[in-house]
Design a protein around this ligand. Sequence first.
Ligand SMILES: [Mg+2]
Length: 409
Amino acid sequence: MRPQGLWRSLVLVQLASTRSFLETGSGRRKLQTAALGASSPSRIPEFAFAFDIDGVLLRASKPIPGAAESIALLKDQGIPFILLTNGGGKHESERVAEISEKLQVPLDPSVIIQSHTPFAELVRGPDELSALENKCVMVVGGDGDSCRRVAERYGFKNVVTPGDIFMANPNHWPFSKVFRKYYEGFARPLPNPCGSKDPTEGLKIDAIFVFNDPRDWALDAQVILDVLLSSQGILGTFSEKNGCTDLPNRGYLQDGQPPLYFSNPDLVWAAAYHLPRLGQGGFREALEGTWAAITGGPSKGVELKKTIIGKPYQGTYEYAENQLLRNRSRAFGTHLQQPIRNIYMVGDNPESDIQGANTYRSPHGSQWHSLLVRTGVYSGGEPTWTPQAIVDNVQKAVEYGLNKSRWHV
Ligand SMILES: [Mg+2]
C-alpha cells in the first residue's frame, strides 16, 4: 500500500473543510440529531460501532435475525455507527437505499463506506497539483459503466473505461469483439484519439482505478498493462525506459506513468455457488502475475507499484473513523478531533474485518475492538485472526459493546 501519509493528508484536508460545520447553532444541531435518528442528544456516546454487511446484517440479501432491531436501537440511542463493506459498484445512496429497504430501517448515505468510497477524496486531493477532478481517470470494473457514473458523482469530470478504448479501436484487444454488443450499450467517445504516437494528441490517463470486479478480465488487464508500460500514461506509446537495468525498478514505472489504485482486496467471496468465487483480489493477483511475467517481476527486482484500499487496510479504517467523527459531530456538535474512545468492529471474516480492526492504529487514539459473529464466513474453530470476542450474531455483538461501554438502554 502507498504510504499512509497520502490518506492522512487527504483526511486532514477533509477535516479542515468540515470544521466550519461545527459552528452550527443549537437549533440546527437539534434538526441534525433528529435526521440521524438520535432521541437522547443529552448523552453523548464515547463509543461507536462499525458493521460489515454480508454475513453480519444480511445473508444472501436477506436480513439476519436481530440485525434490523440492533441498527434501529443504535439509531434510537444516537450511538454512531457505520456500515463498512468491501462491496461496491453502486453509488453509496443506491446501496444504502437497498439496505434500508431490506432491514426496514431508514439509513442516511453518510453511514455507509464501500470499498471505493475513499477514492472520492482524490477528486480534490491534498493539493491543487494532485487533484484529479479535471484529469483523465480510467475506471475499471462493474456492470456496464455503473462505476463510471459513481466516479462522476464523486466529482471526477473526465472518466474513461476500457470499453470506450475498445470501441474506439477494437484491435486493442481483438478477443473482446464477442462482447461488442455489451460495450455498445454504454461506451462513449474518447476525449482524445487512441493509439496516437504523438504525445500531444494521444489519450493520456492520469490515474487508474479498479473500482469493482472486472467483467472482461482480459481487456481490462491488457489496457491497464498498456498504460503502465506507456510513456507518461499516453495510450499507444511504449516507454523507452522499460527494461533499463541501470534505472530503479529496471526502468519500469519510471516514465510518468499514472498511479494504480485497487479497491476491495478480497481474493474470494461467497456467492450462490457452493464453492468460493474469485473476487476483485483475484483480478489483482492475475494482473500482478502477468506484470511479473512481462517485466521479470520480484525475482528481477521489479515491483508493481499500487495503492490498495478496502478492509483490512489502514487507509480504509482511518476513513471509517473520520466518517464516524463527522457523523457524531453532525449529531451532537462535538469537536471533530475529540476521539471516540471505543469502536466495536463487528464482522464475519477474520481476514478482513478482524485483521483490520486488530492491526489498525488510530491517529486519534481510539481503541478498536474486533467482534467475530457466527452468521457468515466464519464457521467455527480457531480463526486466522483472533478477535476480542466471538459472539453468535450481530445482536449479541451490540449487547457486548453496550455492556463494555456501560451504556444502559
Ligand atoms: Mg462479510
